[in-house]
Design a protein around this ligand. Structure first.
Ligand code: MG
Length: 367
């Protein structure tokens, strides 16, 4: 089988809440998402998606995806998409870095591999463990009372895990965590995620002030070294997200015992091929995982569900149903949350069907 054509679509996805805010004054009004369609000479078609959370979250931006695929795509025509390792290494050979550019291509190849094998991607990744995967809800940064109200609303929708966006001033952040922690039920999980928004002296004030609350601390500071400083003086379970951007970073952080859990965003690692390696290292090393991506529709959510559902249940800290943050559905058969959890689609490959009528004309065509 050969890759015949690569088509790239841009779609602006409206947010259910109208906007999404996180540390350091960052806010987005919609998701600028990129959908990749790979057509093969044997008629199979695979889809992938990547959606950076605006241009200032990770070193990734939406227009860069499209430019990167235009650069990389011609080198992939003629490759066998079912040889996902070969495709992944070929992408690394012709484009240094830029994992977010490679992620939707890798995802589309896994979609084709699953269809060719007649099984869901979750089977290729080891097989589903348990019935479903618990999702967390990110709570947009706001006044403490409003964040508590938001948690209550999402609890009514079935969520039991909440990730508070923090990372403004010290006293308000302490109030945010305290206010929400006060209303937590016994079976619920609360994470305070600063997305790197604190300096270490601020983070230390905060982790000490909330030391008696049942809360996880996630990526308090920007750099790995600052986070390590905080980690070594904090009593809370500690999660690293933005700092873990590759296998080298993971191995170093594990050697330093720098965290108890990490966030696997599929696009941070260039797709499912490397994300699976990261997942398997974490399982071997006893590191729990939040499996997610920076954003996207039902296509990304399906990929997340396949990776998360095939991860041993004990190692699943959290998972994100990105699709439910949107006011628009662009893929049929995407995972939908039941009692706060999603399951991997059961169809072959990703198991979702993007609505072509919503994608419009391709903005990049290769092959
Ligand atoms: Mg995070």
């Amino acid at each position: 089988m050969k890759i015949k054509t690569i088509l790239v679509y841009k779609i602006d996805l409206p947010l259910r809440e109208g906007s999404y805010s996180f540390s350091s004054g960052r806010s987005i009004k919609f998701y600028d998402s990129t959908i990749v369609r790979i057509e093969t000479d044997q008629g199979l078609i695979g889809y992938g998606e990547v959606c950076p959370l605006g241009p200032a979250y990770l070193p990734a931006y939406a227009a860069g995806v499209r430019a990167g695929i235009a650069e990389l795509g011609p080198h992939l025509i003629g490759l066998d998409p079912t040889q996902v390792g070969v495709v992944s290494r070929t992408m690394d050979r012709f484009l240094k870095g830029h994992p977010y550019v490679k992620s939707p291509i890798d995802m589309a190849c896994w979609d084709i591999l699953g269809q060719a094998a007649g099984v869901p991607i979750s089977t290729l990744l080891g097989g589903c463990d348990g019935e479903a995967v618990q999702c967390y809800r990110a709570i947009s940064l706001d006044l403490p009372e409003r964040m508590a109200e938001s948690v209550a609303g999402y609890r009514d929708e079935g969520y039991r895990r909440f990730q508070l966006k923090v990372g403004s001033d010290v006293s308000t952040d302490i109030a945010r965590v305290a206010k929400v922690a006060d209303g937590m039920k016994t079976d619920e999980v609360l994470v305070a995620d600063a997305n790197g928004g604190w300096l270490s002296h601020e983070a230390l004030q905060i982790v000490h002030a909330i030391r008696d609350l049942d809360v996880y601390v996630e990526q308090p500071c920007l750099t790995y070294e600052e986070n390590l400083t905080v980690r070594r003086q904090a009593s809370q379970p500690f999660v690293l997200d933005e700092s873990i951007d590759g296998i080298g970073a993971l191995l170093r952080a594990h050697a330093d015992r720098a965290m108890d859990a990490i966030n696997i965003k599929i696009s941070k690692f260039g797709g499912l091929t490397i994300a699976r390696q990261v997942r398997d290292i974490c399982v071997a090393a006893g590191i729990a995982m939040t499996i997610e991506d920076s954003g996207g529709s039902g296509i990304v959510t399906a990929a997340i569900a396949h990776l998360a559902h095939s991860t041993p249940e004990r190692f699943r800290f959290n998972c994100s149903d990105c699709n439910s943050y949107l006011a628009l559905e662009i893929a049929e058969n995407a995972p939908h949350r039941v009692d706060g959890a999603i399951a991997a689609p059961t169809g072959a490959g990703l198991g979702v069907s993007p609505r072509l009528d919503l994608l419009g004309e391709a903005v990049v065509k290769i092959g």
